[in-house]
Design a protein around this ligand. Sequence first.
Ligand code: G
Ligand code: G
Ligand code: MN
Ligand code: NA
Length: 253
Amino acid sequence: LQLEQALHGALERGEFALHYQPQLDFASGRIVGCEALLRWHPPGLGPVPPVQFIGLLEESGQIVEVGAWALREAARQAAAWERAGLPLRVGINLSPRQFLNPQLPRHIEQALQASGVTPARLELEITESLTMHDVEHAIALLRRFRALGVSVALDDFGVGHSSLAYVLQFPIDALKIDRAFVTHVTRGRTDRAIVRAIVALAQALGVETIAEGVENQRQCDFLEALGVTQAQGYLIGRPMPAAALQELATQYR
Ligand code: G
Ligand code: G
Ligand code: MN
Ligand code: NA
């Protein structure tokens, strides 16, 4: 209850920030993108982990407003990096409530217009479960995103209940391999087989594969050998402030 109360007006008071987690591209050896992750630091309470407040924002509906801010902020940052000669793609998570909100396309358009960023630099991360309630609606919405020029990644891929037939119809640009499969990719034959299958699917669709939760070099080497195109995880970098991400990306160039 204390957190719920503290969330009232948190956006207006400027208590939210985005941190950015780097994504390494195997082919070029460069940081080509990052995932924006929401951080909340209410004064006097210390930073609150997302698991403790994203659900509350979702329940209260505040996620729509906070999410629109996150879209604008991510686009603004991507545009700033672009102007600084660092063309980084910035991924932003969409919650179920945001995805179902009729204002979402307008919020995306506004973020693009206000920032002037190249639209494809903004990558919307959606989960399979989010698209399953109404597949036809999801496909129509994804087509609208595509028309705006933004990129779409299917997040937490492999853990949902999606039918392959649906996924094949989604106009997407990347599959994000869930951390659950990455963790044991060096040890478990099953997880390795799953990663291999996702890579084959992505190659058939002509989309990128981004492995999440890469924590050690062995996992990284395995994933690269399996044909995964990009890696994200603590090994490459934790979610960090924009300035730190920029410095890291510059070191890789
Ligand atoms: O670092 P991590 O603990 O940030 O994030 C936890 C979860 O919170 C992630 O799985 C992600 O889906 C969700 N999340 C983080 N940032 C955002 C955001 O800006 N919007 C939405 N909708 N979810 C987010
Ligand atoms: O949106 P999504 O659920 O994919 O959010 C990614 C989550 O995974 C965030 O909470 C982020 O902090 C976390 N994360 C990112 N890299 C790693 C990692 O290497 N190991 C673990 N355990 N968690 C990670
Ligand atoms: Mn994500
Ligand atoms: Na994920």
